[in-house]
Design a protein around this ligand. Structure first.
Ligand SMILES: Nc1ncnc2c1ncn2[C@@H]1O[C@H](COP(=O)(O)OP(=O)(O)OP(=O)(O)O)[C@@H](O)[C@H]1O
Ligand SMILES: [Mg+2]
Length: 455
């Protein structure tokens, strides 16, 4: 519920404003002296403050000063019977967003209150975004692929060039975008994120560019779009490959002209936004199939960053396990675990099609589900994702029963080898067969070479 605090020494004024606003479903409190107001503001959060100028104990300007000192960012609407231009100027200088003359006009009051609250929401969103992104971004990885990416990040971050980040699900594309932002000179300005895949086609334009009240049925008030919210800062267009062609052409225009128009409005608004885009789609294919505009692709793809899947940078896996072990145990209030080398090996050899995200989830699951402090393979076997071992689809690719049996057997043996850290004797024991028998099978399936490579 939107809450308003009225600070005015005249009770009748407070009561009449309270009535108007309550009729419009605002939650209203009033106080007749600024000290009571200070107490309230220190202990609760309001959407808006209505502030009188002339009060015996402390005038409205002094009160604005106090708000600034306490870093209370609630929007303030000044109300005064002494409406001089000077007062109005002074009030805005000190941070009030609007000024109303007494006696208060109902309509003017309602419009002003609504604007103030909208502005407050926007401000809160920005503060939230800033705090989120001020958390130091940690990017783990010492593989040559990750080192290369980190190098590109430090080179492009201080500039305003556009970056297009590609890679499979969960590889860390968003992390790369945030890391560029954090190292950029725009890092004290907003980082605004749009997930283009999550917004319905009909709403994406208004989400990106904003709209004017009444421009379509559900547009009940003016709306400021993401491009405007990101003004001066960075706009992260995530899942750009899922954006409709219509929206693509509008984005292209915005990038070419550094100007936007709110939906239902003809006014051009100048914007200064650095765009970083990401997608897990292959945009070259999307262009070929007519789903993505080639001109937009070239605009976005000034610096391409490809984040390779985890299976192509396995050296990073032990580092990531160690990192997630630390941060996720802390997050969940658990003790850090010690991962046995054989457990690390097994995890390293999983397919992890969901990449770093899947690894993170797996480590979190292990931290929560395993009660022992030392994590060994036996303790995590039933937590490992079974589909990692490619059992499915075998039926489709086998022509005969014999072929199917062989393929299944090979996979089973390989899984056992992984679980037993590629040790043949242990694997034979686990499978309850003779070592020599197992050895023959390894040769048959070419697994003996893999044992050598992993041994
Ligand atoms: N190199 C890394 N170091 C530490 N954490 C990482 C790393 N890469 C990814 N992560 C973590 O893995 C998770 C997935 O990363 P992120 O959301 O950036 O991936 P994405 O490529 O944007 O995925 P999607 O395509 O599904 O949107 C996040 O929790 C992120 O913090
Ligand atoms: Mg992402």
């Amino acid at each position: 519920m939107k809450s308003v605090l009225i600070i005015d020494d005249e009770i009748e004024i407070c009561e009449s404003i309270k009535m108007i606003l309550e009729y419009e479903n605002y939650h209203v409190q009033f106080v007749n002296n600024p000290f009571d107001a200070q107490e309230k503001l220190l202990f609760s959060d309001f959407s808006l403050i209505l502030l009188d100028i002339q009060m015996p104990e402390m005038n409205g300007f002094q009160f604005l000063d106090w708000l600034a000192q306490k870093q209370i960012h609630t929007p303030v609407l000044m109300i005064s019977a002494y409406s001089s231009l000077e007062n109005a100027i002074q009030a805005t200088k000190l941070g009030a967003f609007d000024f109303l003359e007494k006696p208060i006009d109902r309509n003017k009051l309602l419009i002003s209150v609504r604007n103030g609250i909208n502005q407050n929401n926007l401000l809160k969103e920005n503060i939230q975004l800033k705090t989120n992104s001020n958390n130091e971004i940690t990017m783990i990885g010492e593989s040559s692929a990750m080192k290369n990416i980190m190098g590109i990040i430090s080179r492009v971050a201080p500039t305003d060039v556009r970056v297009l980040i590609t890679g499979e699900n969960g590889t860390g594309k968003e992390l790369v975008a945030k890391s560029i932002y954090q190292k950029s000179k725009r890092n004290d300005k907003p980082f605004v994120e749009v997930n283009c895949a999550a917004i319905p086609k009909e709403l994406i334009e208004s989400e990106l560019f904003g709209h004017k009240k009444g421009s379509f049925t559900s547009a009940i008030s003016d709306h400021i779009g993401k491009f405007e919210q990101a003004d001066g800062g960075t706009l992260f267009l995530d899942e750009i490959g899922d954006m409709s062609l219509d929206a693509q052409s509008k984005v292209l225009r915005a990038l070419e002209e550094s100007k936007i128009q709110r939906v239902g409005d003809t006014e051009n608004i100048q914007i200064d936004v650095r765009v970083i885009a990401a997608t897990n789609k292959n945009l070259a294919d999307e262009i070929k199939n007519g789903n993505f505009r080639e001109d937009l692709f070239h605009r976005l793809n000034v610096i391409p960053i490809y984040v390779p899947p985890l299976r192509e940078r396995k050296d990073d896996i032990p580092l990531l396990i160690n990192y997630f072990n630390k941060v996720l145990s802390k997050k969940n209030g658990l003790q850090e675990k010690i991962f046995h080398q054989n457990a690390i090996e097994v995890i390293k050899n999983l397919k992890l099609t969901g990449n770093v995200r899947q690894l993170r989830n797996l480590i979190e699951r292990i931290l929560i589900m395993v009660s022992e402090q030392k994590v060994t393979v036996d303790l995590i076997q039933n937590l490992l994702p079974i589909e990692e071992f490619e059992i499915h689809n075998l039926y489709d690719v086998s022509n005969t029963f014999a072929e199917f049996k062989e393929k299944t057997e090979k996979i089973f043996i390989e899984k056992q080898l992984i679980l037993n850290n590629w040790n043949i004797s242990k694997t034979a024991e686990a499978m309850d067969i003779q070592r020599s028998h197992l050895y023959n099978k390894l040769k048959k399936y070419g697994l003996d070479k893999k044992v050598d490579n992993n041994g």
